[in-house]
Design a protein around this ligand. Structure first.
Ligand code: OGA
Ligand code: MN
Length: 197
């Protein structure tokens, strides 16, 4: 996690091991097939709306009291990460909110910041990818604009959604987008939040 301290973001391949990734993606597919996913919205509160020109993913929020076995193993690993980051980087991460996500073929999410207007609750964004056999031609890269001064006008890196890979970055700082994906793209996206005021 040295990169997180130095640059504000980090990429950790193999954060979730493959057997667990397989269980998580199978559950996610089943749950979506049963109609548990909803089109993702942007904004919050009264401002919340679904805008398919901006993002086309479908999501299901995780309920900490109501996790499946594989989901609670994910949650436990995130808790270890939270405590470790607080101890080493003093980030003051208080709690996790997380959802399952699926971008259908043709899906994308235009450049954005993960912080809601009027709320600074989200400190750290975390994304874990769940699809095996991802090829460059499948697209679906996470494009992370790594220069915090220039944002979307500056340098970026493309991160391919390889299974079990974790990407973390400071939520208020880094613009990012999901490039068009030619296949179903599954992930678990979480945000560590600060203690409510
Ligand atoms: C998000 C997001 C990136 C990704 O859900 O806010 O930016 O790679 N996801 O899935
Ligand atoms: Mn985002």
């Amino acid at each position: 996690m040295k990169n997180l301290a130095d640059f504000g973001y980090a990429i950790i391949p193999g954060f979730i091991e493959l057997p667990l990734v397989r269980e998580l993606v199978a559950e996610s597919r089943d749950s979506r097939a049963e109609g548990d996913f909803v089109p993702a919205a942007i904004g919050m509160g009264d401002q919340k709306q679904v805008v398919a020109q901006i993002r086309t993913d479908e999501i299901r929020w995780l309920e900490p009291q109501n996790l499946s076995g594989p989901q609670s193993r994910y949650w436990d690993q995130m808790e270890v990460l939270r405590v470790t980051l607080n101890r080493t980087l003093f980030l003051g991460l208080f709690e996790l909110e997380a959802h399952l996500a699926c971008f259908p073929p043709g899906g994308f999410y235009k450049a954005h910041l993960d912080c809601h207007q009027n709320s600074n609750a989200r400190i750290l964004s975390t994304i874990i990818y769940l699809d095996e056999g991802w090829a460059t031609a499948d697209g679906g890269q996470l494009r992370l604009y790594i220069d915090r001064e220039t944002g979307i006008n500056g340098a970026s890196i493309d991160i391919f959604p390889e299974p079990g890979k974790l990407v973390v970055f400071l939520s208020p700082v880094f613009w990012h987008e999901v490039r068009v994906s030619t296949r179903h793209r599954h992930s678990m996206t979480g945000w560590f939040r600060r203690r409510p005021e």
